[in-house]
Ligand binder design. Structure first.
Ligand code: CP3
Length: 345
């Protein structure tokens, strides 16, 4: 059956008069209703594993704004936790994990098929959402890409330059590649189960892809994405896949073709006119308004939103930010962005 939801039509390669729109981190701290539900849950991880409350926060931005898609509320670091890593969040600082610094740490991790019991509440959130979302809203599932998740597992926290992961790659390549391979296989299992539970699209977040250069980009960003996508396509041929090799620069060129992805999400370090010429020629793109406009608003937001819509108007496009919305964003600026994108309707 031909796709009818706008996002699925764009992902199938259709050029629409008005691009469908959703926003990374659309359920998040800039929304008062999110902050209230998070307080009720206790902390961030308790919210992720409480299926009813996780579904509730996923629905909040849909009710408020009527986005064309909703993204499952969870986190990319739940998968390493399911593999046996300790995980906690330090308020105001970010995630902390037990580290993987050599073969002995790697040996303690579980296998790719052992993750499902731990992740069962996430699959339940997906099932609730498929029942409760409006008919026209597409449900997107997601996982982190192996390299990005590995950078957190190896360092035990977020790092500005992914130094510890690059060091392990240089000093103990066998353990480093074992981590990448385990995450590749576990991600296939995790995303397959999200699709079986009702996710209609899945997205792979490679937030730190930009720190991989040359042959490293091919081996640790492109190849794992290709392996994950081909395994998912074999099991679920009708489920579109979005990849986000953030800050890949020239490596965005040809990425969809090389990996088999249906869409490449773009960060805002590349211009929309450049990306239309070099990336959108191969199919659907998503992006790429700077999230700082959600803080500053005004005419600059309107002008830049229009420029992005215009630049991508000749091909399939899903409007989004170039990265997640930040806690200091003004909810009214989100409405202004949506109104600007949909002005032609
Ligand atoms: O986009 C969505 O709304 C879906 C949910 C989602 C979250 N994190 C919720 C979240 C998704 C897709 C993610 C992805 C994620 N998580 C990434 C990749 C995308 C990116 O932003 O680069 C990464 C690197 C993480 C790891 C992570 N989670 C960090 C570094 C942090 C702390 C930084 C911060 O923003 O506070 C988180 C916490 C997190 N994940 C929050 C949310 C809404 C904030 C937690 C809170 O409520 O305190």
């Amino acid at each position: 059956m031909a796709a009818t939801k706008t996002i699925l039509r764009a992902l199938a390669g259709e050029t629409l008069d008005t691009p469908p729109i959703w926003m990374m981190r659309q359920a998040g701290r800039y929304l008062p209703e999110y902050r209230a539900t998070r307080a009720e849950a206790g902390d961030f991880l308790s919210l992720c594993y409480n299926s009813d409350l996780a579904a509730e926060v996923t629905l909040q931005p849909i009710r408020r704004y009527g986005f064309d898609a909703s993204i499952l509320f969870a986190d990319i670091l739940l998968l390493p936790q399911a593999l046996g890593a300790d995980l906690w969040f330090v308020t105001g600082e970010g995630p902390r994990l037990s580290t993987v610094t050599g073969a002995a740490d790697f040996a303690k991790l579980k296998g790719p098929s052992d993750v499902h019991e731990h992740l069962a509440p996430i699959y339940e959130t997906v099932r609730i959402l498929r029942r409760e979302l409006p008919e026209e809203t597409t449900l997107i599932g997601f996982a982190g890409a192996p390299w990005t998740v590995a950078t957190y597992m190896i360092a035990g926290r977020g790092t500005p330059d992914q130094g510890p992961a690059h060091a392990l790659k240089a000093e103990d390549r066998e353990t480093f590649e074992n981590v990448i391979d385990l995450l590749t296989d576990a991600t296939i299992e995790y995303l397959s189960m999200q699709i079986e539970a009702g996710a209609e699209v899945v997205k792979l977040f490679d937030s730190w892809a930009g720190s991989l250069k040359g042959e490293d980009f091919r081996k640790y960003a492109l190849e794992p994405a290709k392996t994950i996508i081909s395994a998912l396509k074999a099991r679920h041929p009708d489920t579109p896949i979005i990849t986000f090799p953030r800050e890949a620069g020239d490596n965005y060129i040809g990425f969809a073709k090389a990996t088999g992805a249906d869409c490449v999400a773009l960060d805002n370090s590349v211009s929309a006119t450049w990306a239309a010429e070099h990336v959108q020629v191969d199919g659907c793109v998503q992006g790429n308004l700077a999230s700082s406009h959600m803080v500053t608003g005004g005419q600059a937001l309107v002008d830049e939103t229009r420029a992005i819509v215009d630049a991508f108007s000749g091909g399939p496009h899903i409007f989004n930010l170039g990265h997640g919305i930040t806690p200091d964003a003004d909810p009214e600026n989100v409405q202004l962005m949506i109104d600007t994108v949909r002005a032609k309707r």
